[in-house]
Design a protein around this ligand. Structure first.
Ligand code: NAP
Ligand code: GDD
Length: 334
C-alpha cells in the first residue's frame, strides 16, 4: 500500500514482543508514521492482546517464537520488512534466577536467531536490539555511558550482554545496519504487574479503594533511572533512521529509589507509604543492581532525543491509571 502523503510505498516494520509494554507503544508510534506493522506473536492458550486491543485491524500478525529459527525466517520471507525491532525477551530479572536456561535461550540466543534470519533473508533490513541498563549491573562508573564496562548481576543481565555483543558482531562481520539501544528502566500504565513500579501503582490503587491494606516489597534502597515507555520507543525508531548504525544509552539522567517511588505514589492518593509498605525478604534477589543512572548526552546530540515525562509525572500517570482501571473507568490498558 502507498503512503497517501508521499505517494511512496509505506515502510514495513516487524516487531517481536508486540504484545509487551514496549511493543504496544512502538506499534502505535509506527502506525502513526504511516508504517505497515507486522507483529510476531507466540502461541498461548489464551489471547493476550490486551495492550494492543485498540490496534486490532491495523496490525498484521505472524505466529513465531524466538526459540524457533524457522518461524523467524518465514516471518521475514513472508512480510519483507524494512525494519525489524527485536523487543521479545524473557524480560523479568527475578524470573531469570529461577529459569536461567530459558532466559539464555530466549534473551541471548534468540537475538542470534533473529540476526541470522536477517543476514540470510535480506541483509538490507535495519535491525534494532533491545539492550538494557541491566548490563551495567554492579556499575563501574556513575553515570553510565555508551563506553561504561558491563558487569551484569543476573542471568537476564548476562543474556542481554550476549544479545548486545552479537548485534555488534553481526554489524562488524556482515555489515548489517544493526544497532542496540541500551535503555534504562521505562514504565507506563501498561507495565507488567510484576515489575516494581506497576506493582506499587496497582497496590496503591487497591489500598486507596479499600481492596487491600498492605503492599509487600523487597529492597527499597535500589535506585533506578525511570522514564516513560512512550518516549523510549521514539528513540528506538530514531536509531534506525541514522545513516550509520550506532549504539545509544537512552535514559532520563535522574535516579530515584524504590522508597521514593512508594512515597510519591502513596502521596498521590493522600496516603502515608510507611503505614502500608511491608518489607518481605521473598522479593530480594540473589544479587542486586544497586544504582542505575544514565548519561543520555549522545542520544540528545545525535538523535535529538530527550525524555518528555519526569519522575513525578510518571508516578502520577501510573497511579491515576490504576485507580481508573480498578474503578472501572478504564476498560483496558490501551
Ligand atoms: P515485556 O512487557 O515483558 O514484553 C516481552 C515480550 O516478549 C512479550 O510480547 C512476550 O510475549 C515476548 N516474548 C517472550 N518470550 C518470547 C519468545 N520465546 N518468542 C517470542 N516472543 C516472546 O517487556 P518490555 O518491557 O516491553 O521490554 C521490551 C524489551 O526491552 C525486552 O527485550 C526487555 O528485555 C527490554 N528492555 C526493557 C526495559 C524496560 O524497562 N521495560 C529496559 C531495557 C530493556 P508474551 O506476551 O506472549 O509473553
Ligand atoms: N519486581 C520487584 N518486585 N522489584 C522489587 C520489589 C518487588 O516487590 N521490591 C523491590 N524491588 C526492586 C528490585 O530488587 C530492583 O532493584 C528494582 O526494584 C527494580 O525491579 P524491577 O521493576 O523488577 O526492574 P529491574 O530493574 O530489575 O529490570 C527492569 O529494567 C531493566 C532495565 O534496567 C526490566 O524491565 C528489565 O527487562 C530491564 O532490562
Amino acid at each position: 500500500m502507498a503512503d497517501s502523503t508521499t505517494g511512496s510505498p509505506a515502510r514495513r516494520a516487524l516487531i517481536t514482543g508486540i504484545t509487551g509494554q514496549d511493543g504496544s507503544y512502538l506499534a502505535e508510534f509506527l502506525l502513526d508514521r504511516g508504517y505497515e506493522v507486522v507483529g510476531m506473536v507466540r502461541r498461548s492458550s489464551t489471547v493476550n492482546y490486551e495492550r494492543i486491543a485498540h490496534l486490532m485491524g491495523r496490525i498484521e500478525f505472524h505466529s513465531g517464537d524466538l526459540l524457533d529459527q524457522f518461524s523467524i525466517v518465514e516471518a521475514l520471507q513472508e512480510h519483507t520488512p524494512d525494519e525489524v525491532y527485536n523487543l521479545a525477551a524473557q524480560s523479568f530479572v527475578q524470573t531469570s534466577f529461577g529459569q536461567p536456561v530459558l532466559t539464555g535461550e530466549t534473551t541471548a540466543l534468540g537475538v542470534t536467531r533473529m540476526l541470522d534470519a536477517v543476514r540470510l533473508v535480506d541483509p538490507s533490513i535495519r535491525f534494532y536490539q533491545a539492550s538494557s541498563s541491566e548490563m551495567f549491573g554492579k556499575v563501574h562508573e556513575v553515570p553510565q555511558t555508551e563506553s561504561t564496562p558491563f558487569h551484569p548481576r543476573s542471568p537476564y543481565g548476562v543474556a542481554k550482554v550476549y544479545g548486545h555483543w552479537i548485534t555488534v558482531n553481526y554489524r562488524e562481520s556482515y555489515g548489517l545496519h544493526a544497532c542496540s539501544g541500551m535503555l534504562f528502566n521505562h514504565e507506563s500504565p501498561r507495565r507488567g504487574l510484576e515489575f516494581v513500579t506497576r506493582k506499587i501503582s496497582h497496590g496503591v490503587a487497591q489500598i486507596a479503594l479499600g481492596q487491600a491494606s498492605e503492599l509487600r516489597l523487597g529492597n527499597l534502597d535500589a535506585k533506578r533511572d525511570w522514564g516513560f515507555a512512550g518516549d523510549y520507543v521514539d528513540a528506538m525508531w530514531r536509531m534506525l533512521q541514522q545513516d550509520e548504525p550506532e549504539d545509544f544509552v537512552i535514559c532520563t539522567g535522574q535516579t530515584h529509589s524504590v522508597q521514593e517511588f512508594c512515597q510519591a505514589a502513596f502521596a498521590r492518593v493522600g496516603l502515608d507509604w510507611e503505614k502500608h509498605v511491608v518489607v518481605d525478604q521473598k522479593y530480594y534477589r540473589p544479587a542486586e543492581v544497586d544504582l542505575l543512572v544514565g548519561d543520555g548526552s549522545q542520544a540528545a546530540d545525535r538523535l535529538g532525543w530527550r525524555p518528555t515525562i519526569d519522575f513525578v509525572q510518571l508516578v502520577e500517570m501510573m497511579v491515576d491509571a490504576d485507580v481508573a482501571l480498578l474503578e472501572g473507568r478504564l476498560r483496558n490498558l490501551s
